[in-house]
Ligand binder design. Structure first.
Ligand code: ADP
Length: 993
C-alpha cells in the first residue's frame, strides 16, 4: 500500500496517536522534521500551527495538507510519526516501509541548501530546538543586546504557557520573521557557546571504567524495566506504560513569578528553572502516588539505554527506604559499590575516575521522606570519600553538593528550609493531566474498546476522574476495570479514595478466590484473616516508620504464604542483593496505609484511644517518639531495641490512614463490614471519627481572628484543614458535612499555597456546598487545573468570589466554570491571573457579562489574550451594567484591543478600576481610552509598561480636565522622556509615572 493510502486509511489512528497526550509537543516535532526536509513551506507551517485552534484541528490540517502533497510527503510524514511517537503510541499503526532514518537530516544531503542563515535555521530545526531548550535566556539576551529582538519579542517567546521546547520553537519562528541578520546572530551565538561545550570527558575513560559503566547500565536497566505495580504479572514494561506527568517549577513563594509551562523529563537535570547556580541537587517533590519513583525509574532506564542524560557517564540510583535499613557506617566508595554495582575490574582506578570527574556522575535518591533522619546540615562536613560515616551523613553531604550531583525525590513534608538552601532547583510533580489520564488508560488497555469504555465510565464520574489525576489511583482504576464497568454509573460507582482501595482489595481477593471458585458477598469476612495479618504488619510498620519487612517480622504478625500470594506485598528490589534474606514491602505506601486503616476498623480488640489519637496528629509538631506513643501498643522491636528515629513521611502516612479510617467507617460500607465486626463496635468507632472531625474543625474555626473594623471576616486554612475536609468527604454523609460547616461563619476562605489539586477540590466542594452564607473562595497558587475546576462546580453557588490565580487552568476548564457561574446568583467576582487562558475563552466571559448584571470583578491578568480576545470581551462589556473591576494586566491586547474595550465601556456607569498594564498599548489606545475618563465613574486607570508616547498622554490629560472621579492614571514605563514626565506631572498631578 502506498504511503498516501496509509495516511488516508489510518487518519483517525494517526490523529489520536498524536493528540492523545494532550500536549502539542508531538505535532510540533513532526512539523520540525517536515520543515527541515523541505516537505513543508513556511506558509504551510503557519497554516497548520494556528495558535488558539485545538491540537486536533491543527493535526487534521496537517494530515489534509500532506495528503494533497503526494506520496513522498506522506512517506516522510509516516517516518516522522515513527520517530516522534513513543513506542506504546505507535502500537497498531502501520508505517509501510518507512524508516525513521528517512526523515533524519543528514547534513550531507542538505549541504547545498545551506545558503542563508535562515535556511540553516530551517534545515537544522529539530537539532536547534533541542540545543536551544536549555539556553533560551542566553539566546534572548544576545538577540536583545544586538537589537534583533525587542523586549516584547522576548516576552512572546517566554510566554508562561510554553514548554522549553515550545519556547525554543517560538524563538526560531521570531528570528525567522526578523530576517537574515537576526538569524546570523543566533547561529553565531550557537557557535560561541558550543566552543565552550558542557562538561564532558576530555580524554577516553579507562577500560575498567567503560566495563563498569556497562555493568552498571545493565544492572540499572534490569532494575527499571518493570514497575513494581506491573512487575512479573503483566506484559507491560515501563516503556509501554510510562505516561508523561505534569512537572512544574516550584515558585518559591514569589507572586511575581510567571507560571511556567509543562516541563519534560529532560528538564529535571537541564538548566531550566535553576535558582542557585552553586548548588548541585535537584529536588522533585510530590504527594504519595504522584509518580516520583516512576519518574526516577524512567530516567534510570533512559540513561541505561543511552537515550538520555548523555552528560552523565555513571548514574547511581538509591532508595532512601533501603538506605534506612543500612546500619553500618560506610564510605562513599562502599556506598556506591555495595549498594549499586560491584566493580569487576580495578576498584581503585574506577573510584579514582569517579572522584576525578564529579560532574559526570549523577546520584538519585528516591523518597527522602522515608529516611530515618531528617535532613540536617549541622553535622560535620564530610568531604573525605574514603572515610566511613553513617549513611545519612553521607547522603546529606551529597545533597549539599560537597561531593557530587544528585536528584532527590520527596513528599513535600520532608523538605524544610535547611534543605532548600542547597537546591539547584525544585520541581513539583502534579500527576497526570486530563490528556495524560486518557493516554495512560489507552496504554494500560491494549484493546481500544475496553479503553474507550473505561474512559467513558470515568467521564461519567467526575469524582473518580479527579482521583485519576494521581497516577497510583489511575493505575488501580485501570487494573480494576472489570469491577468499575460492572458497577454501572451513579452512587454505586466509586466516589472516594476508600472506594477505590476497596475495589482493588476485592480485585486481589477475587483473583485468588476465582482459582478456588468461592467469592460471596461477604468477601471481606471471607478474607478477614489476611486483612488482619497484613493490617497489623502495616500498622506496626507505620508506627515505627518501617516500610520494608523481613520474614521474621511477617511471621510475628501471622502473615502466611497465602497472604503473601494475594499480591499486596512484593519482594523488595535491592540493587546490591547482597543478602539472601527476603524482604517485602507493600505494593505502594498508600496500600500500607489502607491496610493499617483496615486493621483499626476490623480489629475488635483495639485500644479505644487509637482513633482519637490518630486524629489528634495535627495538633502536635512532629517530634521523635510521638507517633510511637500514639500507636504505642504496636511497636516493632528490632533486635531487642526500639527504633529511635521517625521519618518525615510518618505524619502524612498516618493522615492518609485516618482518611481511610473515615471512609471505611462511613455508613455506605457498613453492610460490608458488619459481617466481620459487631454493629455496636462499628457504630462506636464511627462516632469517634465523627467527633474527632467535628472537634478538629472547631479548633480551626476558633483560630479565626476577629475582623478588623471595615474588613471581612476571613479564615486562612491552617495545616490539617484540607486533610479534615478530605476525611469528611470520605464519609460521604451530607449530614456530617452540614453539621461541621454550620459553625463556619466567614466571608472569605483563604486556601492559597495549600497543595490543592483535583482530589482536594472534590472534597472541598462536597463540604463547602453546605455553607450557610456565601464566601469568597481563595485558591490562588495551587494546582487546581481544568479537572479541579470541574470538581469545584457543586460549591460555586455558595461562592460570591472565586480566586484561582496561578492554577494551570485552560480555556476548557474556564468555560465549564463560567457556564455554571452564570446560573449562580451570588457569583460576582473571579480572578484568574497567571493561567493558560487564550482568546478561545473570551467569548464565554462576554456571555457571562451579558447574562449577569450583578457581576462585579473580572481579572484575567498574565494570560494570553490578544486583540481578538479583547474584541470578543468588549461584546459582553457593551451590555453589562454592573462591572466595577476589569484587569487585563500582562496580556497582548495592543491598541486594537484597548480601542475595543474603551468603546464598549465608554458609557459605563459602574467601572471603578481598569488595568491594561503591559499590553503593548500605544498612543492610539490611550487616546481611545480618554472618553472613558470623561464619562465614567472610573477611579484608577493602570497603563504602566506600555508604549504610549506624548500624543497619547495629551489625550488623557485633556480628558482629565473635565473629570473629578479619577484618582490616578498610572503611566510608568511608557515611551516618554524624563523632561516630558516632569512637565506632564506638573500639568496633571494625577498622572503617576
Ligand atoms: P510515588 O513515588 O510518588 O509515591 P509512584 O511513582 O510509586 O508514586 O507511582 C505509583 C504508581 O502509579 C506506579 O506504580 C504506577 O503504577 C503509576 N504511575 C506513576 N507514575 C506513572 C507514569 N508516569 N506513567 C505510568 N504510570 C505511573
Amino acid at each position: 500500500m502506498s504511503a498516501r493510502q496509509l495516511v488516508l486509511r489510518q487518519r483517525a489512528e494517526l490523529l489520536r496517536a498524536l493528540c492523545c497526550g494532550g500536549s502539542s509537543e508531538g505535532l510540533e516535532s513532526v512539523l520540525d522534521l517536515l520543515l527541515s526536509r523541505g516537505m513543508l513551506f513556511w506558509e504551510d507551517y503557519q497554516n497548520v500551527r494556528v495558535p488558539g485552534r485545538t491540537l486536533c484541528a491543527n493535526t487534521r490540517v496537517l494530515l489534509d495538507l500532506v495528503y494533497t502533497k503526494g506520496d513522498e510527503t506522506c512517506r516522510l510524514l509516516l517516518a516522522a510519526f515513527k520517530q516522534v511517537l513513543p513506542e506504546a503510541q505507535r502500537a497498531g499503526l502501520s508505517f509501510g516501509n518507512c524508516r525513521t532514518a528517512d526523515i533524519e537530516n543528514t547534513r550531507d544531503d542538505t549541504k547545498e541548501l545551506h545558503g542563508t542563515a535562515i535556511q540553516t535555521l530551517q534545515t537544522d530545526r529539530p537539532g536547534l530546538v533541542r540545543r536551544l531548550r536549555d539556553r533560551i535566556e542566553g539566546a534572548l539576551e544576545v538577540l536583545l543586546h544586538t537589537g534583533s529582538f525587542t523586549p516584547s519579542d522576548c516576552d512572546e517567546v517566554q510566554l508562561p504557557l510554553y514548554t522549553p521546547s515550545q519556547q525554543a520553537r517560538r524563538l526560531l519562528d521570531q528570528v525567522r520573521s526578523k530576517g537574515e541578520p537576526a538569524a546570523k546572530v543566533l547561529l553565531q551565538y550557537f557557535q560561541q557557546t558550543e566552543d565552550h561545550p558542557s562538561p564532558s570527558i576530555q580524554e577516553a575513560p579507562p577500560k575498567e571504567c567503560l566495563s563498569y559503566q556497562k555493568k552498571l547500565r545493565s544492572t540499572v536497566s534490569a532494575q527499571s524495566h518493570f514497575l513494581s505495580t506491573y512487575g512479573g504479572t503483566s506484559s507491560l514494561s515501563l516503556e509501554d506504560i510510562y505516561t508523561e506527568v505534569q512537572l512544574e517549577l516550584a515558585q518559591g513563594g514569589s507572586e511575581a513569578q510567571p507560571q511556567t509551562g509543562a516541563l519534560g523529563l529532560e528538564d529535571v537535570v537541564g538548566l531550566v528553572g535553576t535558582l542557585n547556580q552553586e548548588a548541585d541537587t535537584v529536588l522533585v517533590s510530590g504527594e504519595a502516588g504522584s509518580g516520583k519513583s516512576t519518574l526516577l525509574q524512567r530516567l534510570h532506564l533512559l540513561w541505561a539505554r543511552g537515550a538520555a542524560l548523555h552528560d552523565f557517564f555513571l548514574l547511581f540510583p538509591f532508595s532512601c527506604r533501603r538506605l534506612s535499613s543500612e546500619q553500618r557506617e560506610l564510605s562513599l566508595r562502599e556506598l556506591l559499590f555495595l549498594h549499586c554495582c560491584w566493580p569487576d575490574g580495578d576498584q581503585d582506578r574506577i573510584f579514582q575516575f569517579i572522584l576525578d570527574h564529579p560532574h559526570l556522575i549523577l546520584f538519585t535518591f528516591d523518597g527522602l521522606d522515608e529516611l530515618m533522619q531528617s535532613f540536617s546540615d549541622s553535622e560535620q562536613r564530610h568531604c573525605c570519600p574514603t572515610q566511613c560515616a553513617p549513611v545519612p551523613t553521607l547522603l546529606f553531604n551529597l545533597l549539599q553538593g560537597s561531593l557530587m550531583k544528585g536528584v532527590v525525590t520527596s513528599r513535600p513534608e520532608a523538605v524544610g528550609p535547611n534543605l532548600k538552601r542547597y537546591l539547584r532547583k525544585e520541581l513539583l510533580l502534579k500527576g497526570f493531566s486530563p490528556g495524560g489520564i486518557d493516554c495512560f488508560v489507552r496504554k494500560h488497555h491494549r484493546d481500544p474498546t475496553v479503553a474507550t469504555r473505561v474512559l467513558e465510565s470515568l467521564r461519567s464520574n467526575t469524582a473518580l476522574l479527579g482521583l485519576c489525576h494521581i497516577p497510583v489511583f489511575c493505575w488501580i482504576v485501570s487494573k480494576c476495570y472489570k469491577e468499575l464497568l460492572g458497577c454501572g454509573e451513579g452512587e454505586a460507582s466509586p466516589q472516594t479514595i476508600t472506594d477505590v482501595y476497596l475495589m482493588i482489595l476485592q480485585h486481589f481477593f477475587q483473583r485468588r478466590a476465582s482459582q478456588r471458585n468461592t467469592m460471596g458477598i461477604g468477601w471481606v469476612q471471607e478474607h478477614q484473616d489476611t486483612a488482619l495479618h497484613l493490617g497489623q504488619l502495616a500498622m506496626e510498620g507505620l508506627g515505627a516508620s518501617c516500610y520494608v519487612f523481613t520474614g521474621t517480622e511477617l511471621q510475628k504478625c501471622g502473615v502466611t504464604e497465602e497472604d503473601i500470594c494475594m499480591g499486596f506485598l512484593i519482594r523488595s528490589k535491592d540493587l546490591s542483593s547482597s543478602t539472601n534474606c527476603k524482604h517485602y514491602e507493600f505494593l505502594h505506601i498508600t496500600m500500607q496505609c489502607f491496610f493499617a486503616a483496615l486493621y483499626i476498623v476490623l480489629n475488635n480488640n483495639l485500644d479505644r484511644s487509637t482513633i482519637p489519637k490518630l486524629f489528634q496528629l495535627q495538633d502536635r509538631q512532629p517530634q521523635p517518639g510521638f507517633h510511637r506513643m500514639c500507636l504505642g501498643h504496636c511497636l516493632i522491636q528490632q533486635e531487642g531495641a526500639l527504633k529511635e528515629a521517625n521519618t518525615a513521611a510518618e505524619t502524612p502516612n498516618l493522615q492518609i490512614t485516618a482518611t481511610f479510617v473515615s471512609g471505611l467507617l462511613s455508613q455506605r460500607h457498613r453492610s460490608l463490614l458488619l459481617l466481620s465486626c459487631p454493629g455496636p463496635t462499628l457504630d462506636r468507632k464511627s462516632k469517634q471519627v465523627v467527633t474527632c472531625l467535628s472537634k478538629g474543625m472547631q479548633k480551626h474555626f476558633k483560630s479565626i481572628p476577629r475582623p478588623v473594623e471595615g474588613e471581612k471576616k476571613s479564615m486562612h486554612a491552617m495545616p490539617g484543614f484540607v486533610w479534615l475536609i478530605k476525611c469528611i468527604h470520605e464519609m460521604q454523609d451530607s449530614r456530617i458535612a452540614r453539621d461541621t460547616m454550620a459553625k463556619l461563619e466567614v466571608e472569605h476562605l483563604k486556601l492559597t499555597y495549600c497543595n490543592i489539586g483535583p482530589v482536594e477540590c472534590t472534597a472541598l466542594a462536597y463540604v463547602l456546598q453546605h455553607l450557610r452564607n456565601p464566601v469568597g473562595l481563595q485558591l490562588d497558587y495551587n494546582y487546581v487545573g481544568d479537572v479541579g475546576v470541574e470538581q469545584l462546580l457543586p460549591c460555586l453557588h455558595v461562592c460570591h468570589s472565586v480566586y484561582l490565580r496561578h492554577n494551570n487552568i485552560s480555556d476548557e476548564g474556564i468555560r465549564k466554570l463560567i457556564e455554571k457561574g452564570i446560573q449562580c446568583e451570588h457569583f460576582q467576582k473571579i480572578a484568574l491571573f497567571n493561567n493558560k487562558l487564550t482568546d478561545a475563552c473570551t467569548e464565554c466571559f462576554a456571555h457571562l457579562l451579558k447574562m449577569k448584571q450583578n457581576f462585579l470583578s473580572l481579572r484575567l491578568g498574565n494570560n494570553n489574550i490578544t486583540a481578538a480576545g479583547a474584541g470578543q470581551l468588549a461584546e459582553g462589556l457593551r451590555f453589562n451594567r454592573s462591572l466595577q473591576f476589569l484587569g487585563l494586566w500582562g496580556n497582548k491586547i495592543g491598541d486594537k484591543g484597548a480601542e475595543a474595550i474603551a468603546n464598549a465601556l465608554k458609557d459605563s456607569q459602574t467601572l471603578v478600576w481598569l488595568s491594561l498594564v503591559d499590553n503593548g498599548v500605544g498612543s492610539a489606545g490611550a487616546c481611545a481610552l480618554a472618553p472613558l475618563i470623561k464619562n465614567s465613574t472610573l477611579e484608577e486607570l493602570w497603563l504602566t509598561k506600555n508604549c504610549i508616547t506624548r500624543t497619547g498622554v495629551e489625550c488623557l490629560i485633556l480628558a482629565l480636565e473635565s473629570n473629578t472621579s479619577v484618582k490616578a492614571v498610572w503611566l510608568r514605563g511608557n515611551e516618554l522622556s524624563p523632561e516630558e514626565v516632569e512637565e506632564m506631572t506638573q500639568r496633571e498631578p494625577r498622572l503617576t509615572f
